[in-house]
Design a binder for this molecule. Sequence first.
Ligand code: 1GP
Length: 226
Amino acid sequence: MYNIDEWKHVFKLDPAKEISEEMIDKICESGTDAIMVGGTDDVTLDGVLQLLSRIRRYTVPVILEISNIESVTPGYDYYFVPLVLNTQDKKWMMDIQHQAVVEYGDIINWDEMFAEGYCIMNEESKVFQHADCNLPTQDEVIAYARMAEHLFRLPFFYLEYSGTYGDPSLVQSISQELDKTKLIYGGGIETKEQAAKMSEYADLIVVGNALYDNPKEALKTVKATK
Ligand code: 1GP
């Protein structure tokens, strides 16, 4: 349907946050490769459906990054399923996904479904605490990346710094480990310079919070990746 392998830039919208119609228009017409809908707290079916209907008026592809089973709905182009590699609780890596497949396995269109091996690096972030993560050392992150590529053969490895800008040299080291598995970087990108830097190493960058905090600068990150 779309050539995901060529995507460089994604905007992430949080269904629990308010956003104006004018901003939706600018985001959807920005030239970004896709809009991802996802969040940690208060993600509801209503919020996920409302955002979908607002984005659907545009041609940009739209991805639901699944936060919980209750808020999954048909109508998105793709469904990205986080598997948290550095969680201390197997539930976030395996069990909630397993439960979803037990319930809905017969009706899932697997061609729309992509697993993301998440490595969450910001201890202060909601998602780090929510998914009961352990902060890995650099060597341990590299090992997760190698497992994503060689053992699990995941389509995506997501280095998640949600809310803070990460270490470009670590992103570079991980990118050297990955061949078939695509590297997604997200976290703290607020300027086009930051976007360009992470984009040198990551296959795909994700810009989230800046859309709400400094939308004018956030919109400029698209061109920095092209
Ligand atoms: C969050 O990786 C994304 O899941 C983007 O992070 O919100 O910090 O841009 P920011």
